[in-house]
Design a protein around this ligand. Sequence first.
Ligand code: SF4
Length: 363
Amino acid sequence: MSYRAAVLPEEYRVAGEDKLAGRILARKKELGERLLILTHHYQRVEIVRFGDEVGDSYGLAKIASRSPKAEYIVFCGVRFMAEAADILGRPGQKVFLPNATAGCPMADMAPSEKVYNAWDDIEERIGKGRTVPISYMNSSAELKAFTGMNGGLICTSSNADAAFKWSYERFEKLFFFPDQHLGRNTAKKFGIPKDEIALYDPRQPSGGIDDARLEKARVILWYGLCHVHAKFRPDHIDQWRAKDPSVRIVVHPECEEEVVDRADAVGSTAFIVNYVESAPAGSTIAIGTELNLIHRLALTHKDKNIYELSGDTCPMCSNMFRTTLADLCFTLENPDKGELVVVPNEIKRDAKTALERMLHIGK
Ligand code: SF4
């Protein structure tokens, strides 16, 4: 689904950064505990500074589920994150997305109807009850509900291992969507051989998987990917190592398998933040993840040499970048006109089941 951004009144569009910052602070003070601003690590530096909490999608979902005092949750991130906050929040809480057009192209690669059709096709060909859906957090609320309804759970890059373990204790096969790379990289950790991993491409008849391969598959991956993390290539790592043998390479598991295989460390956004924080002063670290996070890590760890891994691409998430100070200020000052994210009750119930299963297994 596409969303249109409200055209901000001129006074917000022309206001300078200092003026907007002052008004945001004043509104935060006025609302006190009634307001909770959650900011994802990939947001602009000037937005993160106003977050009551900054984190990855797992951490922020947990906080949203445990903040009963907040009347307003303003989620500076992308739509699926605000939806998860609305699903997990208490009734009556209002969740806002400051920029209505901030979506996730990876989540959009899994339209619910296409995933339902694929599920029906899989069950028809190999029989019911053998497969469980695992939905990456980066998915629509409808798909989260579908997952909950079919006995599955949500995962993030922080707890994909735990989600695989939980699922294999109960089912023979996993249907993982939308991110093929996180799914493949996690399957590999579980020692699943390549010929037991199948890629379901809805653009091809039967997803491009013949019956024998489907029968053999222990993991069926949806064909989605993150175009930001797909920018990193194995030769970026080779070039770094040739230039500086002491460099440490850390990447996000949404990167391709060949990139993950060559890196020194791989992990979620929270893992990467922790990796940089705990590295000794003077370390040189090249990071394969979203640019705004790398930029902020470089600013806050001046005793270390922090670089973006590719050097020749711009791994910035333009959707995360859409939220501006003007959007945030407008939302705080005009809650009646801001982008309120409301997941319908009939979707909420099953989506909540799937999300709570995730929170229950932890990391
Ligand atoms: S970085 Fe990738 S997965 Fe994350 S919101 Fe942007 S497009 Fe989606």
